[in-house]
Structures are given as structure tokens and as C-alpha cells.
Design a protein around this ligand. Sequence first.
Ligand SMILES: Nc1ncnc2c1ncn2[C@@H]1O[C@H](COP(=O)(O)OP(=O)(O)O)[C@@H](O)[C@H]1O
Ligand SMILES: [Mg+2]
Length: 273
Amino acid sequence: MSPPPTPVDGIDLALYGVGVRFGGLVALDDVSLRVPPGRIVGVIGPNGAGKTTLFNVVCGFVPPTSGSLTLDGRPFRPRPHRLTRLGIARTLQGVGLFPGLTVLENVVAGASHAARAGFATALFGLPRSDRDERRLRREALDLLAELGVAAHAGAAPATLPYAVRKRVALARALIARPRLLLLDEPAGGLGADDVAELAELVRTLPERAGGACSVMLVEHHMDLVMSVCQELVVLDFGRVIAAGTPDEVRDDPVVTEAYLGADVPAEAAGAGS
Ligand SMILES: Nc1ncnc2c1ncn2[C@@H]1O[C@H](COP(=O)(O)OP(=O)(O)O)[C@@H](O)[C@H]1O
Ligand SMILES: [Mg+2]
């Protein structure tokens, strides 16, 4: 009998009155939201609403001009290179795999401190303990199998279809066993079947790793967000115009208006900026 999984607490992320200005342009204005432990929170909004800017604030790529963030109730100043250590993993809007590494090596490279060794090993052939090496490779292969792309383990990313590369990028984020996973437009560029499979996958993320992984899903694709998120925050012109459960948000006329007024209908999916 296998031992019960070790419980892992999800991270409690909160933003308070966050604002971002790019010169005269207000990209985010007084944005407050919370991603409680083990919850899947979606951030949606039409193109240009500020979704990616918000994502970049949480990752530390864009410093907020005003407001503050907390992680588990403590002040949080995000720095991109410190995220993994804090138990935070992300996937970017593009795919961003290392082109010189195989799929398997890319995933191995996603494992926190072992990750750096993995990357160095892959690049320079530096020795690492055989046991670590084997364990990480097995974990990476398991993840690839779970995501249905193990057959591509030895392939170079550039030779693979976009949807496969997106899964590899997700495996690379998951191998670090994040307590908070940040996804920026994971459905972008995917066809309807792939989006449906992605939805199923994201829904199972919190229970993975035997504990509560929180997810912040930034996504233009309304259907995906509605079907996987427990809570939604709707941005328009940098402001929160609605927040609540998918049902509450769906019926909110303010949201319909924001999406109808936008250049791309919500269903057009994939093509979000
Ligand atoms: N680095 C930047 N410099 C200047 N303006 C930016 C920058 N990044 C985003 N913006 C602007 O901020 C607004 C929000 O953009 P973004 O966060 O990418 O929206 P979304 O992801 O919801 O489509 C847009 O008007 C965009 O043009
Ligand atoms: Mg965006």
C-alpha cells in the first residue's frame, strides 16, 4: 500500500489596489484580488484589458506603480528568479522552451534547484548523482505521460506541433511541484479539442502533488475560464469590473457589455493578445 500523499498547502496570494502605468497609459488601476489556497481563480477580460500586465506584476516582470501584494499574508515583492523557491511556477503566453534541449531535458530543467543542475548537466555534461538524475528523469517522463506527450520525450521542441509544446511547457512548470501555478493564456493558439483537454487538465491541478495547488489562470478564452475556475475576476481597461463565481459573472450585464464592445468575441478564443 502506498503511503498517503504528504499534504501541501497552497499559497494565498493577494493584490491590494495594484496600479501600473506605462508613461501616460494606465494599464492597471486599483486592482485587488485574492487567489486562496487550493482555488482556481480566473482573470478574464477583452484584449488590452490588462491581463498580461497583471500576470507580469505577479511574476515580478513589471513593478506595480501603486498598491501592494502579499503571499500567505506577508508582504510580497515578486522577483522572477525567486518564484520557484517560493513554490510558484508559471507558463508564458508563448511557449519558451529551450531549443537546444530535448523535450525530456526541458522538463527536467524545470525542477527547482535540481533544475539548475539539470540544465547545466544538459548543457555541459556536468556530473550529477545518478540517483538524482534517474529520479528526475523518471518524474519528468511520468509527467509527460500524464499529459499525453511521453512519445515526444526525445524530440527537439521545434519539431513538434504547438499544442504538444504547450503541454511540455506545462510539464516543465509542474515538475517544480508548485504551490501556486500562474498560467498566461494557456489556450492561446489551441483548437477546440485541445482546449477541452486543457480544461480537464487544469481542473485536476489543485489535487495534484497530494495537496492544494492554487492556480491563477489569465485567459481571454471565456469558455475555458468559465468551465475550470471557481472564482473569476473580470478586467476591462485595467479595472476590475466584476468578480464572483462563473455563474455570477456570466449573468453580469457589465461583463457582457465589455466583451461585446471588444473587437474579438469571447468565443473567438485562442487569438487573445
Ligand atoms: N510594456 C508596455 N509598455 C507600454 N504599454 C503597455 C506595455 N504592456 C502593455 N501595455 C498596454 O497596457 C494595456 C494592457 O495590456 P495587456 O496587459 O497586454 O492586456 P491583455 O493581456 O489583457 O490583452 C494595453 O493598452 C497595452 O497596450
Ligand atoms: Mg495578454
